[in-house]
Write a new protein. Sequence first.
Length: 471
Amino acid sequence: MDIEAGGYTLRGLSKVNVVIGKNGCGKSTMLKAVDGVTGDEIGRKKYVTPERGGVLVYEPNVENNIVNDPLWMPNARRVNQFAQFKQQSTAQFRRLETLVFREAEAKEVADFQPYVDRLNGLLDNIELRRADPTFKLYDRASGNEVIPANISSGESELISLGIEILMFAKDQEPDKWNVLLLDEPDVHLHPDLQNRLTQFLCAVVDEYGFHVVIATHSTPMLGSLANYTGATVSFMESGDHELDFEAISEVHRRVLPVFGAHPLSNVFNEAPVLVVEGEDDERVWQQAVRTANGNLQLYPVPCEGVSEIGAYEQEVDRIVSSVYDNGQAYSLRDGDGVQEELDDQGVVCRLRLKCRSAENLMLTNEVLERAGISTDDVKTKTEEWLEANPQHVKHAAMSAFRDSNFDRKNCDLKEVRNILIGQILGSTKAWEVLVGQVLGSYAQASASAADSGPGSIADFLGPKAVAAIFK
């Protein structure tokens, strides 16, 4: 489904559609424009304002306004702050109950309790029970009634939004395109509760067949939709008026867990993403971060090799640019015999090792020193191994290392890394651990104390990588 409204074009809409963007980029304006779209195929539209004030209590005048003026509630909600939002939700609970019973009356079946149970599925500590004129709240542990003003903001948000979603589901127009417009539904919700609300929303959408457009800063909310086949995402920047929605990809599924904390906590900016070529490289940098004792702040994310790293860089750039002010991310790929530096991809600082691959790092001066072996010892032990293992399946690869004049930096060592680490260096640790420990120690060393000469870890990483990662 594509729609045009108020100067905005939204293409590729599916069931649940998420717009990620920073404050001030125009997300709310876009949703309000969609709220004004008209057409023969367009059914109900409902805009849910981002700052939802009020208390979950029934106020007759609110219901009177809703009943007497069909435009009162939509107009009231078109502002970003509305002080009686939750009173409106409470009045809609009563309206929801009426609609359910009217529908059930025709079928001679009347049961509203499943809707209440569905709302209670959002809650852990309190329980909603039907009571005149709408409902009352009770503490699950003690069974005592709880005053609505005394429940947490997160619980209040979940109840209010749950009612809004169910009410829209029951009040939509049959055989038309009905759209619920949720502006920052993540407000006041911990990431776990954002996930719970998202799963609730998807279940209701699947059952009732309407559509949703969500405007949010929340990458956890997007992450909770990662395995929902009806979800799409568009990353919005200031001035964007054409939004293309695309299905959540495998790249998103691998990257989004990094953004587990709410973006406003700024946790991400303290440990930016480092995209690496594979799981071996991921283990190296995970160990480096652990060893560095806080002196190296990175979150390594593996892709499936150099053929995919470009797609990861592009998506990380889109996510970071759409959510964070002054965000930063990194990618690091093997040298593979190429010396030229890479141009950056937006906020992604693209780096290339000055050695052939991460495995070559285990023959740097610092790693050899930690293993208690010299470069001459490496040469001698390699010759001895070749003489002792003429039939070994890796003999040709080890011979290639010797024939390269023991080129620690540029020889392809992937096939023989386990022989080198265990039988030549004599280490009982995995090569990823040993290299990671050296990188972590390097992060703790002062610039004046660190070796930067030929064969050093700095030499193999290259000046751009050293300046970026270890700044």
